[in-house]
Design a binder for this molecule. Sequence first.
Ligand code: ZN
Length: 244
Amino acid sequence: MRYVVISDIHANLAAFKAVLRDAELRGGFDEIWCMGDVVGYGPEPHECIELLKQHRHICVAGNHDWAAVRKIDISDFHTDAAQVCWWTMQHITEDDAWYLQNLPIELRRGDFTMVHGSPRWPIWEYVLSVDEACASFGRMDTCFCFVGHSHVPLFFGQDDTGDCWMQRAPSEITLPAGHQRLIINPGGVGQPRDGDPRSSYVIYDDDARQISYYRVDYDIVITQRKMREYNFPSSLILRLNYGY
Ligand code: ZN
């Protein structure tokens, strides 16, 4: 089976479509694994939920998903994020709200745990350092974990001795046998934050035990035009140009 593993679509339909098109061109896929934040920041929350629902998929809850249905408090949100969160609440359907409301906080598939933030704090924690990864390995009872939230493509490993390490901007990972464990972030679809504005995603082929990272150009202007139309904060519009 081949899985498209994505995170942080953030209501950016042009980016999401470009990722799925690219995955189709690379041999197609059987299922989407989504690490949350389908909505927030971007102008097409309903359309992104609909597109996800058109495919066989599983998805965990992100902080923006639950904020949009008032399941979590947004007082910690940056003002810009909070503004779009309020807008999102007004622009999703009842079905969309039901979908977001019922996203699970964590999922398991075979050797994989899936969460938005970290195995330690599934909704809120960013895993960006070796120390944070090491703490999370201690909370994992599977060998591998997919996370999102930071919008940065990278992965962390822990070897037999408990030592942890990280790799940024990976291209391929062959899943190790034995006791080595991995925390893998496919990067962000709708708002990449590693200095590269292209959407980031992963294809996981479970026969080959291979994880491949890809970057995809999408028409940023289409998304930005809609954001302007809805008077979204200019910082959110501009950041898409730079991938931060
Ligand atoms: Zn996010």
